[in-house]
Design a protein around this ligand. Structure first.
Ligand code: SF4
Ligand code: SF4
Ligand code: SF4
Length: 272
């Protein structure tokens, strides 16, 4: 039972959030929404423990498609960063703001960038591309994320300052256009840099929240130095270029870890 501790903890965390929001907001949607996501993630971790090869991809598809198709396109909820600013400015603590608070701002204190490994609908598509292991060294382009972050904030602020009408509708179309742009840029960058996750490393504005919060993450991959033979395989297979052999929080690219477990699966000495 001890080996299933992590999926049980994850399920408990999500159920606690689901029940709390259901009762405090008096809205059954939150119970359904967070229970579904928690169950999907726990199922993925369970399958991983059972050594099922595609465990993470299953979770990505279960959560990513639910959020993109059901929440985004059917319920017309903008879950992109523009939607977060929009609901924040209107003072509405509803789906997008709650989603950000749980998955991208406070949640990473517990599960780091688990969102990026198991739930993001952008990465859900990028991870199908051929460069799962980066084929070129990481570039020093992370500053671009601050520009995209500022652009999203300026865009929504401008709508409010100009008192544009029917912002809800604009938000929906911003979601559609924004996603098409993310997929287009993400796929192009993956091929240019020979790295599926180039978009995540250089462009994604959400990492401005995710990186500092995940620095303190409770759940981390750790290295047993007694077993490690410094073969370097973990770093080679890591899609995010993390030096996971360094156990300190200051490890190279430590705030990039998406908990994908590729390093764990590939370590010949089971040191991770
Ligand atoms: S960095 Fe951005 S695009 Fe990449 S997985 Fe995380 S949230 Fe998604
Ligand atoms: S793959 Fe395992 S043994 Fe090799 S460097 Fe990484 S932790 Fe050490
Ligand atoms: S390979 Fe290991 S260190 Fe790299 S992102 Fe995945 S879990 Fe994190």
């Amino acid at each position: 039972m001890k080996e299933y501790r992590l999926p049980i903890i994850m399920l408990a965390v999500f159920e606690a959030v689901a029940i709390t929001l259901w009762l405090t907001k008096d809205n059954l949607f939150y119970l359904f929404n967070f229970s579904y996501i928690g169950l999907s993630i726990s199922l993925g971790i369970f399958l991983f423990i059972r050594k099922y090869k595609h465990a993470r991809r299953i979770v990505q598809l279960l959560v990513g498609l639910y959020m993109l198709i059901y929440l985004g396109l059917i319920c017309r909820e903008n879950m992109q960063i523009e939607g977060f600013w929009y609901y924040l400015f209107t003072g509405v603590f509803e789906a997008a703001t709650i989603h950000y608070a749980v998955a991208k701002i406070f949640g990473p204190l517990i599960f780091g960038r688990g969102w990026c490994g198991y739930a993001c609908w952008t990465a859900m598509v990028l991870d199908f591309l051929p460069y799962k292991e980066p084929k070129e060294p990481r570039r020093n382009l992370g500053w671009i994320r601050y520009i995209t972050f500022a652009a999203s904030l300026i865009f929504v602020s401008a709508l409010f300052l100009a008192k544009v009408g029917n912002i809800e509708r604009i938000m929906f179309w911003a979601f559609v256009v924004g996603n098409i742009a993310y997929y287009g840029i993400g796929i192009a960058l993956a091929f240019v840099f020979k790295d599926n996750r180039a978009f995540c490393k250089y462009i994604c504005p959400i990492t401005v929240f995710l990186k500092p919060m995940s620095y303190f993450s409770l759940i981390r991959i750790k290295c047993d130095k007694e077993k490690c033979i410094s073969c370097g395989k973990c770093k080679r297979v890591c899609p995010m270029n993390v030096d996971v052999t360094d156990n300190s929080r200051k490890r190279e690219n430590g705030t990039e870890c998406i908990l994908c477990m590729e390093c764990v699966k590939n370590c010949p000495k089971k040191a991770l």
